[in-house]
Design a protein around this ligand. Structure first.
Ligand code: NI
Ligand code: MN
Length: 227
């Protein structure tokens, strides 16, 4: 069982085998996430899919406050390292066994630049597993055939967090195909509604998934579920 708390946009606090993992924290500038108290968020690890501000905005504050280790691509991780934050640099295709489980950094088709204009390396996603569970956090990405490699290189997925907001990433129609590529029928939605460009019709997305026999989970900000 993995508990998943949605913090808006692509921000999730995930309790994985007893360890809190914080993904892509962008909470304080998001008016939709005003119910979330930044100072109540604590995690020993912060995973960043790429350097865009809507994924890293609160990473420095939270990492310094909680003495977290940032896990990201080499360019993003070392940029935080220069601020005195603990980091673990990775890159696409590589995996590492942490105390909470194995993290594999996988391809995403997107861009990456850090808030001050520094080179943000290649954007990516993460597949994370321990003996019992495995999930995929896709980050920002287009639909890509590379997703099919996940089923060949990682354990079976219990669930996947996929962007469905369209415009900057795949929309729900492509996310449905992605679910096929990764052989996963339980999809948690992210990267929707935060900005006018990515406002979506929830019912259309839910109906589209239901028609295909898959489950799309669209969480409220602040909501926690267990999978
Ligand atoms: Ni992005
Ligand atoms: Mn984004």
């Amino acid at each position: 069982m993995t508990s998943i708390k949605f913090l808006g946009q692509s921000s999730f606090l995930i309790n994985f085998g007893g360890t809190e993992l914080l993904f892509d924290p962008m909470i304080s500038p998001n008016p939709m996430a005003s119910s979330i108290n930044l100072d109540e968020i604590s995690a020993p690890y912060i995973l960043l899919s790429h350097g865009h501000d809507d994924h890293v905005h609160d990473a420095e504050y939270l990492a310094k406050k909680n003495e977290s280790t940032i896990i990201s691509n080499f360019e993003v991780a070392t940029w935080y390292g220069q601020k005195g934050i603990a980091y673990h640099p990775m890159n696409l295709g590589g995996k590492w066994k942490f105390d909470f489980g194995t993290v594999k950094m996988v391809q995403s088709v997107h861009s990456s630049v850090l808030p001050d204009g520094s080179h943000g390396g290649a954007s990516g996603g993460f597949v994370i597993w321990n003996e019992e569970n495995c999930f995929y956090f896709a980050g920002d990405t287009a639909l890509t055939l590379d997703m099919q490699l996940i089923t060949r290189t990682c354990p079976n997925l219990d669930f996947a967090i996929l962007p469905i907001g369209d415009n900057f990433t795949m929309g729900w129609e492509d996310a449905l195909i992605a679910a096929d590529f990764i052989k996963c029928d339980t999809i948690v939605a992210c990267h929707f509604d935060t900005f006018p460009y990515i406002k979506i019709d929830h019912q259309a997305a839910l109906d589209g998934f239901a028609k295909a026999g898959k489950k799309l989970i669209v969480l409220e900000i602040g909501e926690t579920i267990k999978i």
